[in-house]
Design a protein. Sequence first.
Length: 437
Amino acid sequence: MADIATLLEVGGPVAALGGGAAYTRAKHPAAYWSTVGLPISTARLLSSYGSVMEACGLTVAPSRLRVLAVKATTRREVRPVPPRRGIIRPTSTGLRIRLRLAPGQEPADVAASAERLRHAWGVHGVYVTTLKPGVVELRVVGYDVLRRVRMPRKVMGGFLKVPVALREDATPFVRDYRTIPHQLTLGATLSGKSMYLRHLIAGLAHQQVALVGIDCKRGVELAPFASRLSAFATDPEQAADLLPALVEEMEDRYDLIKARQGIAPSTPDEEITSDIWGLPEHERPVPIVLFVDEVAELFLVATKKDEQRRDEMVTQLIRLAQLGRAAGIYLEVCGQRFGAELGKGATMLRAQLTGRVCHRVNDEASAKMALGDIAPEAVLAACAIAPERPGLAVAGDTSGGWSRIRTPYLSLGDAAETCRGSAHLVPDLPALKPFQP
């Protein structure tokens, strides 16, 4: 009886400690990782590194000199050589390790074993990044950072750069308009597409940028941000007038660039430019970001007259997508559905939109339209997004890379207040004055 009493006395605190750890892991995964998960995973990694690398096929045969040295000094078995491991650097979401690859190995070999490494070390994910030839970095993530999104405290933003979401490897997803000028963003109702758009507008509101909106849902999505918009169209009729004005503004900017290129023999090479970013700052026109919400509404027609107007609008959108980058005009095209059945010009417009973000969609065809030309795995990942995880999306670009991202929550009131507080930054663009809300 005394032994049972002793066990109960000891077991009570142990059970309470285990229950507290389980609760912390479920409700506060970051705190659990810092206190419990990080020490356990680090010990597991250090103790099993060589055997895990060998099991994953990431070892090479030792050199002849190494074999001779081992045999001469010890009687141990000569084991294959894993990649040389650097210092383990803990982070708030996981840890990072640099590996120097052995001769004959390539980063793709390590990336192909990422899932095996994840299971072997008992972590949520392992992601591989190439730092330089022969050196890769393993970014180990200890828990699901997309379940409750918290953006890093230090995020490198900048002009025309907006940290809008968090990647599954715990790095920020930054929308950089200078690198990826145009983007297609798809998402069904309640998928989080509007939240993504809200972050973009709030992030650009503090910058010297002209924001233009086309919202064919009578403006219900973009109307709260009207105080920061330089131009606003709420139906196809207004959009049919606004788009030619943007095309005319683009052509005027090309005339400005050509005038600057009226090259004299004494003109230095560095002053010759083919876009607005090569112009002197006092001559450079302000960049324009065009947000098109529910792009399918611009393609839909009911009468023959509507069809002619549709063709003109689509042609102007394609011209802006093809030529707008050099003139400092960038497109953010959003919609619930996007496919070739929208009509003439849909596929051509998509081909000009380098960036792709696909939230949960209602059919596989939309996911294929957004991501099918990037990677088949990206389409499958987009189709697997659950309805109970709004804001989760698959982001990629036409270079072939893709990753899962999730946008943090931002209330409509806070975003609208940000736009009202930066209304004084609306630039003076005479061509868009008639359309200013």
